[in-house]
Ligand binder design. Structure first.
Ligand SMILES: Cc1cc2nc3c(=O)[nH]c(=O)nc-3n(C[C@H](O)[C@H](O)[C@H](O)COP(=O)(O)OP(=O)(O)OC[C@H]3O[C@@H](n4cnc5c(N)ncnc54)[C@H](O)[C@@H]3O)c2cc1C
Length: 191
């Protein structure tokens, strides 16, 4: 970002808001970017490796970097979305989330701040195969939406996808939400 984001955000970093120290990190980064005159590109995620992170901290004997509860993660995620919008002149953001409330919050904030739906500094992103109801409707409404496609050699990608399915509590939660939406829609169409 220091090197390439002198005129606009080209390079983006990812912050995982399931870490309790990330709001402080974002504040510090903003101060640095102002001092050193560069734009920030930020992809905001909640974080996909909670079990592994906790296991690693225990094994290596450092403080658990994870938030104590999902509510804390949700609070910090939404606060970081607000922080980016309040500093949109300096920070471009990608809201990489399947959480309907966080996506709606960003939509509301864009309205409040009179930001166009297709402003290039704001992207919404979901993983391929997940939350099409969010991606499709947002795309149709004119927002910038990206579908994130994990790709690579089968022997590396397949274990990655299996790990996501087995370990990531968010996959189970999201699948449940999506399935209930699909069932509701099926019932509506049968009427
Ligand atoms: C486009 C895209 C790119 C991504 N890139 C990355 C990446 O680079 N790095 C990465 O780590 N992840 C990445 N992810 C995965 C992302 O972190 C998960 O999709 C996300 O954790 C699921 O959260 P959600 O915002 O969709 O909301 P939800 O499904 O509402 O939230 C679930 C999340 O909340 C958090 N959580 C759940 N229980 C607890 C608890 N007890 N305590 C604290 N927190 C809790 C966890 O982060 C969990 O995954 C990406 C996702 C997308 C859509």
């Amino acid at each position: 970002m220091r090197k390439y984001n002198k005129e606009k955000a080209i390079v983006y970093n990812t912050v995982q808001m399931y870490r309790w120290d990330r709001i402080t990190y974002l504040n510090e980064l903003k101060v640095t970017s102002e001092k050193e005159s560069f734009f920030i590109g930020m992809k905001l995620v909640r974080g996909a490796y909670i079990e592994k992170e906790r296991e690693r901290a225990k094994k290596m004997g450092y403080k658990d970097p994870m938030q104590k509860t999902q509510e804390n993660t949700d609070r910090d995620y939404n606060d970081s979305v607000k922080f980016c919008i309040e500093n949109i002149d300096k920070i471009a953001l990608c809201c990489a989330s399947h959480n309907e409330k966080s996506n709606l919050l960003l939509i509301d904030l864009m309205k409040q701040h009179n930001i166009n739906v297709d402003d290039k500094r704001i992207y919404f992103a979901q993983l391929l195969g997940m939350s099409d109801h969010i991606s499709n409707n947002m795309g149709k409404a004119g927002y910038n939406v990206a579908k994130y496609v994990p790709y690579g050699p089968v022997k590396e990608v397949t274990p990655y996808l299996i790990r996501r399915a087995q370990e990531n509590t968010s996959v189970a939660g999201q699948t449940g939400r999506e399935l209930s939406l699909i069932k509701t829609e099926q019932k509506r169409r049968k009427k």
